[in-house]
Design a protein around this ligand. Sequence first.
Ligand code: GTP
Ligand code: MG
Length: 232
Amino acid sequence: MESIQTNALNSKYINSLLRPEENPFMQEMQNFEEIMMMYSCAIREVKTKFEVLNDDFSVRYKRNPIEFIQSRIKKPVSIAKKLASKGCPVTCASILNNLDDVAGIRVICPFIDDIYMVAEKLISQDDITLIEAKDYISHPKPNGYRSLHVIVEIPVFFADHTRNMRVEVQIRTIAMDFWASLDHQLRYKKDIPNVDMISARLKKCADVISATDLEMQSIKNSIYGQRYIPEL
Ligand code: GTP
Ligand code: MG
């Protein structure tokens, strides 16, 4: 009899600990889950826009300007590290206010002009607001990294509210993506011997890859004629 009472008391205590309204930690956990759900919905919204664009092009012009699309939500540890490195509070509210890249989409295109075309088509849609664009294709990073980065805001309609959510979109060719993923693997390895020589070799690969991308673009132009490369 006693043990039944003790168990009942224990489970009442545990339940009260788990109630968000009585435990700030549980409240923050619940907020975090909600925010991650919101970012994942924002990714779906933007991804669908690219998929629609690709489908329309493939029917209309018998060609896909997008090879494939990847997406990711930033991991909790990376979110916390980034907030701390920016000197921002490591809280749920701070995530929405201070980070632009919790939701990330990577769009891989066959040709350089496809990159600018799909970016332009996205940005010109009525519900999309361009927050920032970084053109690492016309201005590559010193290590040879090339890609077009855009941060956009999109309204997402939830059950009882609408919120503008930020999504970071990286758009690059297959060749740029090949280079960036190897660069990423190699850069995150610790204790690389002759790191300067390795960096120089990677930079050389980036230049070769860039020349190939330009030549492939030129061959495509010779076949299909010049398509537009709009200003961002
Ligand atoms: P952070 O967002 O704090 O990194 O600074 P930032 O906004 O100035 O970064 P940027 O827009 O230049 O790059 C953001 C993302 O692009 C990174 O998280 C990577 O995914 C990718 N990126 C940028 N530079 C490189 C690079 O040199 N190599 C590779 N592999 N990826 C890169
Ligand atoms: Mg960034």
